[in-house]
Design a protein around this ligand. Structure first.
Ligand SMILES: [Zn+2]
Length: 415
């Protein structure tokens, strides 16, 4: 059985051919804050518990926090679920207020400098997605140059393979998905500052005429003429949203995307396909505006200009939600092949879509099999010597962050 870090652990179905539906029984484990971890079994192959479901355990009733099992068919996945009793929720709110006050004191006392020094031997990997404008990104790049040593994922791979160690205060910049604004806005800035970013591209997205599924949901909510929407999930649950203003539209799209992420691939596709018609709009054949991908030609230019192009699957599915090992292996290996044939250079770095441990499941093995040297997650943290190069932690940032907040996050404080 493979163990992974964090609240999620997987067992069963880690290799092809393992019988479906294998059950592993473990007793509940206590958490430091008084919550409880219970094992939930992938009994029927599609046994989802949803985020807001109430769970009645033998001793306590609480809200289930986190996502639930989506393993099925040949990839049964067993997840741990955190049961949070109401008194713990109250305690967390009080602790949260104290923590905010502590953060201000920390910042004023030069704590970020101290955190940078304490983590000086670790590797920080920043994750960007979109880029709105140059000015703020330029400030961030100036800060990176001043306080860190930019490294490539290639240097990272060599260091983790026992080669030349990374320099002190190493920082790698990564960009997910391959949107066009990377090429138009960020690439010239990264080049100017000598920061070698790695862009993890969804290969079908760069092929053209393909929407990332989350963007279709976002587009539908932004453009619907309706002020009240009603969507039905495959299990019959109805989601309704009032849309009085643009922030409400964004919130609704986010909630619908999060609900869709809980579904298996097939149900997710069917549900996402139903969103635009239910909202009374038609999605354009090709994504435009901020939803546009860069072209392969632009990816080639960026690679020639010192950026690395990594793989982020063929179509951006949540890998643990796929129905078979073969489908998962093809999403992973297929994206590598496509990049290598388009760019005529190796693509040894991989990025898991959505990227939390629960989204990765048994994919780490498929990533190794496909010949990658590193793989990044969206689990937060700084990578120390001896970390698993196929489960590298990252720090999510946005180019629009105010300077103080960006500097704090880059130092891995409060992530
Ligand atoms: Zn992505």
């Amino acid at each position: 059985m493979r163990r992974t870090e964090g609240h999620t652990r997987y067992a069963g179905g880690l290799s092809p051919g393992q019988p479906a539906g294998r059950r592993v029984h473990r007793s509940p484990r206590s958490l430091p804050h008084g919550g409880k971890l219970l094992r939930v079994h992938d009994v029927d192959g599609f046994g989802h518990l949803r985020q807001a479901d109430r769970f009645e355990g033998p001793q306590e009733i609480g809200l289930i926090r986190g996502r639930e099992a989506v393993g099925h068919d040949s990839i049964p996945i067993i997840r741990e679920v955190q049961i949070v009793p109401p008194n713990v929720i109250m305690k967390a709110m009080v602790t949260g207020a104290l923590r905010s006050a502590a953060k201000v004191a920390f910042r004023r006392g030069g704590g970020i400098r101290v955190a940078r020094w304490l983590n000086r031997h670790g590797l920080r990997i920043l994750t960007y997605h979109h880029f709105a404008g140059r000015a703020s990104l330029e400030r961030q790049c100036a800060h990176i140059r001043q306080c860190y040593t930019p490294v490539t994922m290639e240097q990272t791979a060599q260091a983790f393979a026992g080669g030349k160690p990374l320099p002190a205060k190493a920082l790698a910049v990564t960009v997910d998905d391959g949107y066009r604004d990377f090429f138009e806005v960020a690439y010239p800035v990264f080049q100017e500052f000598g920061i070698p970013a790695t862009v993890f591209v969804v290969t079908r997205f760069l092929d053209g005429g393909y929407w990332l599924w989350g963007d279709r949901v976002k587009y539908a909510f932004r453009h619907t003429p309706l002020e009240r929407t009603r969507l039905e999930l495959p299990d019959g649950t109805v989601l309704t949203h009032e849309l009085p203003d643009p922030p409400a539209r964004e919130r609704a799209a986010t909630e619908v995307k999060e609900r869709a992420k809980l579904l298996c691939r097939r149900d997710c596709s069917t549900f996402v396909d139903s969103v635009a018609p239910a909202l009374g709009i038609e999605i354009p054949g090709s994504p435009d505006g901020e939803f546009q991908a860069m072209s392969w030609d632009e990816a080639r230019q960026a690679a020639a200009g010192g950026m690395e192009i990594g793989a982020h699957t063929v179509s951006h599915p949540i890998l643990s939600s796929l129905g078979s090992w073969a489908e998962m292996a093809e999403e992973i290996a297929g994206s590598k092949r496509r990049i290598e044939s388009q760019l005529d250079r190796p693509a040894p770095h991989f990025c898991y879509p959505n990227g939390r441990m629960r989204d990765i499941g048994p994919a780490t093995a498929a990533v190794r099999d496909a010949g990658f040297a590193t793989a990044v997650t969206t689990e937060p943290g700084v990578n120390r010597a001896g970390a698993d190069p196929f489960l590298l932690l990252r720090i999510g940032v946005e180019s629009s962050y105010p300077p103080a907040y960006f500097e704090q996050r880059a130092a891995a404080v409060g992530i």
